[in-house]
Design a protein around this ligand. Structure first.
Ligand code: FMN
Ligand code: SF4
Length: 387
């Protein structure tokens, strides 16, 4: 375990490093990354989306199939394998969490599988997980962690869950101004709104806890989006956060589960290469302007004009509501599953590469999870640490 003078994050009574590795799909955070982070005493998160892509035998059975039940079943097998392997790497240290997007059609099945396979926490973003306490009632030891961006969403979840006698075990507060992937704002124009600033949301959330009679230590708050220095970690902890969550910086570590080209695209992207656009899931998203995204954005308005219902491209209807399949003109008009799968394999021309807006702690260098966590905890320069 790494040592730090910073206060531990405590979830379900377990002291952890105050560093969380956010879930990243498709396949970007699987067993190797999540297990390595947990093994050092932090929270490592597997993303549950389409994990069969890491398993050659499951891909052989399903790659050419358009049988939804078969693909869904393969993904549950893959999720089970990934959780077990991550826990093996972690050796009981830290926490192995599973991130499940509310917007995914198989959300409930993934939540159940994650619990049955022995994950320590279920983390849900991209929608309001109002029903999470019921779905996990047979597994009271599994920590429940929603991802939200403003106090309105936090208030809705708290009030609904309290009626069922449950509280979140932590809450991730993700700032849409800086985070990667799907963003917690309704429209692209809203992502920079001051109401999403960490200082505002932390203050308002602590006031809400008081109003609802919840002790502030009872639900640790985890700040996510754009964190890249030790000083920032200290500042966020001083504002009332109990931990920070990072995505992009973990995706590009040696242990990150994606192809090396994927890591290079993220690590080498310049500020002007990063764009916010509408995803098929109906939410704004942030990624790198790679060749496919550039040409898609040029055609987007035309595609949206002629949007109309059509068959799912991959045949497994990954989303509850998909802009492309359901012909929703305000949403994106591409198959996100296919694009993220290209990215995972390192196909720079055809892939979609999610990335946060800020510089990375080690610039364009690819380093280990240990170096990244030590840097965030203690602010040591990478060179000094190696000596
Ligand atoms: C490649 C990539 C994929 C991501 N996929 C997901 C996802 O599937 N579900 C989710 O809740 N967040 C996802 N995120 C967001 C991260 O978990 C994290 O909260 C966010 O990246 C934090 O911002 P940062 O990248 O500036 O550190 C993704 C981020 C990246 C970089
Ligand atoms: S067409 Fe839509 S629902 Fe079907 S796999 Fe692609 S993104 Fe998912």
């Amino acid at each position: 375990m790494l040592q730090t003078p910073l206060k531990p994050l405590v979830i379900k009574g377990k002291p952890l490093l105050p560093i969380v590795q956010g879930g990243m799909g498709v396949g970007v955070s699987a067993h190797r990354l999540a297990g390595s982070v947990a093994g050092l005493g932090g929270v490592g998160t597997i993303s549950s989306v389409d994990l069969r892509r890491h398993h050659a035998d499951l891909m052989e059975q399903t790659e050419k199939s358009r049988d939804k039940a078969r693909i869904d079943a393969a993904n549950l097998v893959a999720l089970d394998r990934e959780i077990r392997k991550a826990k093996e790497i972690a050796h009981g240290r830290g926490m192995v969490a599973v991130n499940i997007m509310r917007a995914v059609e198989q959300y409930a099945a993934h939540v159940r599988q994650a619990c049955d396979s022995g994950c320590d926490a279920v983390v849900v973003g991209a929608g309001l997980p109002l029903d999470l306490p019921e779905l996990t009632s047979a597994h009271p030891d599994v920590a429940l962690i929603p991802i939200l961006s403003d106090v309105r969403g936090i208030s809705l979840i708290l009030k609904k869950w309290m009626r069922r006698g449950r509280l979140p075990d932590a809450i991730v507060i993700e700032n849409p101004r800086h985070a990667a992937g799907h963003l917690g704002a309704a429209r692209i124009e809203d992502v920079n709104q001051p109401r999403f600033a960490f200082s505002v949301v932390l203050d308002e959330t602590l006031a809400l806890f008081k109003e609802l009679g919840i002790e502030s230590e009872r639900i640790p708050l985890i700040a996510a989006g754009g964190v890249n220095s030790h000083e920032q970690v200290r500042e966020l902890l001083s504002l009332g956060a109990s931990a920070v969550q990072l995505g992009t910086a973990f995706a590009v570590t040696e242990e990150g589960d994606a192809h090396i080209n994927f890591k290079k695209v993220l690590a080498e992207a310049k500020e002007e290469d990063i764009v916010t656009f509408m995803s098929v899931a109906g939410l704004p998203a942030r990624g790198v302007r790679t060749p496919w995204l550039e040409s898609y954005l040029e055609k987007e308005a035309k595609l949206q004009k002629k949007a109309g219902p059509k068959a799912c491209q991959v045949g497994f209807d990954c989303l509850h509501e998909c802009g492309l399949r359901d012909g929703i003109a305000r949403a994106g008009q591409f198959c996100i599953d296919a694009r993220l799968a290209f990215a995972l394999k390192g196909d720079v021309k055809r892939g979609l590469f999610f990335r946060g807006s800020e510089k990375l702690p080690f610039g364009s260098e690819i380093r280990s999870v240990r170096e990244l966590i030590a840097f965030l905890l203690n602010g040591l320069e990478p060179m000094a640490m190696a000596a």
